[in-house]
Design a protein around this ligand. Structure first.
Ligand SMILES: [Zn+2]
Length: 147
């Protein structure tokens, strides 16, 4: 988990920290000392996509489908769509096991006040079989935004 801070006055990105407890960040954009404002919610959190993918793909119930085994002309999944096919048609054949990701987000009200919502950035692996792809334990968390 990585914390990323930004200035609440000018929105300049202030950098990342391993822990929320590390403070003492100064904004070069507006020269306002931000030390006391780190707890104001001017940050977002990211999570390692690599680690989550490794854990997900190790699960014995997780099975992938091949984009090469699709039936021409039949639209039954995202793998059958024209946009999806366009992304992969120029790839080197060595990349036949490449995975693609669909991201989504929606705000969740978590507390009252002007910064009372949280925005989880979630993603799923398109090449997982649909019965596994949309299970809660297969939906991964990329980042959390507050605001
Ligand atoms: Zn600033």
């Amino acid at each position: 988990m990585q914390f990323h801070f930004y200035c609440g006055d000018c929105d300049q990105y202030l950098g990342e920290k391993q822990s929320f407890k590390e403070s003492s960040v100064n904004c070069e954009g507006c020269s306002v000392c931000r030390v006391d404002n780190l707890a104001d919610g001017n940050f977002f959190v990211t999570f390692s996509v690599r680690e989550q993918l490794e854990e997900l793909l190790k699960r014995p119930d997780v099975k992938t489908v091949s984009r090469l085994d699709r039936i021409d002309g039949r639209i039954a999944d995202i793998l059958d769509g024209a946009l999806y096919k366009n992304v992969f048609e120029d790839l080197d054949p060595v990349c036949e096991n490449a995975l693609s990701i669909t991201f989504n987000t929606d705000g969740v009200a978590v507390w009252s006040g002007p910064r009372g919502s949280m925005w989880p950035i979630l993603y799923v692996i398109n090449e997982l079989v649909p019965q596994i792809r949309f299970k809660p334990e297969s939906t991964l968390l990329c980042a959390l935004f507050y605001g």
